[in-house]
Design a protein around this ligand. Structure first.
Ligand code: NAP
Length: 349
């Protein structure tokens, strides 16, 4: 089958660069359209990114000669899907414009996440949320990723919620600086320091997992019924968000029962053998001092959710630590996996 033409909006940013890297030689998709701001538009991707590429592999040759445009669905020429890594100040209206023009939009921004018939899609967790797309009014459809901080948390919660029911969740994040985009947090604020505030982050972390873990009722997504309290912190780590999670259950499970549901966890991506599907989806590390960003971030090419330190919580029931790669599993990789799911489900036929 011929490859689907795709675009990357916000192609010059932290998330955009990951898309460019991860989409090289993709079996289903070929990148033909790149968009960014006025600062970059009209120049080739190779020229613009000479001093801005921050990933430890070269800029893929396929992207270097593509001329960056301003976001504009009129110039997409046969593009059926765009991956969006746009800044939230512009993402909402631009993504709607592409959807109105008939393009499928896979967004990493917060703007449309809480719209009732827009899925926060995490392919292993809630593939059934695609059922609400038919109720979106635009010709193209909008699908979002969750916030990168709670991506791995939600994946770790899914199998235990299904098996034991969730009552409440406390989470404490240690978030990498790449999560703030480029150039992000000033060096003098973050080197040798911890910043116990990330604007808007706790608000997202306290509502998005419930939507992601919710049900589809009457054409909209109904959030799961449990509460989250979140503390979000920026730490001097380059990539990888680590989150400490404490959970109380409807029915307190035994440790071996939690480990078993994590080990057995598979979603549609694994069953369909999608190219970006990590196997395993969740890896539990037995060592007392894991997961760590430096040691565990590349697990499953950055797509596996790495969990460790499962132990009893004296206030709630159980606690553990989750690590996920914020620009891969928490952004570009997850959106590509979502797009692969759409492709295999016939959305581009
Ligand atoms: P970033 O590094 O600041 O990149 C922002 C991108 O948006 C750049 O390509 C920029 O283009 C483009 N842009 C900004 N203003 C624009 C305008 N007026 N018109 C067109 N393009 C414009 O940010 P990021 O970290 O990649 O994040 C992108 C989105 O993903 C944000 O909504 C963020 O919350 C979300 N997200 C980020 C992460 C992460 O780990 N970084 C993870 C998950 C989700 P120029 O370079 O030309 O200015």
């Amino acid at each position: 089958m011929e490859k689907i033409k795709v675009g990357v909006l916000g192609a010059t940013g932290s998330v955009g660069q990951r898309f460019i890297q991860l989409l090289e030689n993709h079996p289903y998709f070929t990148v033909t359209h790149l968009a960014a701001s006025e600062k970059s538009a009209g120049q080739t991707y190779g020229d613009v990114m000479k001093s801005r590429w921050k990933i430890s592999s070269d800029i893929p040759a396929y992207a270097k000669d593509i001329i960056i445009s301003l976001p504009n669905p009129e110039v997409t020429k046969g593009v059926q899907l765009v991956f969006s890594g746009l800044d939230a100040s512009i993402a909402g209206e631009v993504e709607t414009a592409y959807a109105e023009a008939g393009v499928m939009v896979l967004s990493n921004s917060k703007n449309h996440r809480m719209d009732p018939n827009v899925p926060i899609l995490s392919a292993e967790v809630n593939a059934h949320h695609l059922d609400v797309l038919q109720f979106q009014k635009t010709k193209g459809k909008i699908i979002t990723n969750s916030n990168c901080t709670i991506m791995g948390v939600t994946i770790s919660l899914k199998p235990v919620m299904d098996a034991f029911g969730l009552k409440s969740v406390m989470l404490f994040s240690m978030q990498a600086i790449s999560g703030a985009g480029y150039p992000g947090v000033p060096t003098m604020d973050i080197l040798g320091n911890v910043v116990p505030y990330i604007g808007g982050e706790e608000d997202k972390a306290e509502v998005e997992p419930q939507k992601c873990l919710g049900t589809v009722e009457g054409g909209i997504i109904k959030s799961a019924d449990f509460k989250i309290s979140a503390h979000c912190n920026r730490v001097p780590v380059f990539d990888g968000h680590t989150v400490c999670v404490s959970v109380s259950f409807d029915k307190k499970p035994k440790k071996e029962e939690i480990l078993k549901v994590w080990a057995d966890f598979q979603g549609e991506p694994q069953k369909l053998g999608l190219p970006f599907a990590p196997n395993p989806a969740i890896l539990y590390r037995e060592e007392n001092d894991r997961p760590q960003p430096r040691l565990d971030l590349e697990t499953g090419r950055g797509m596996t959710t790495v969990v460790g330190r499962l132990r009893e919580d004296p206030i709630l029931d159980w606690k553990w630590v989750v690590l996920s790669h914020n620009t891969i599993r928490g952004a570009a990789g997850a959106a590509i996996l979502n797009a692969e799911l759409l492709y295999q489900k016939g959305f581009f036929n």
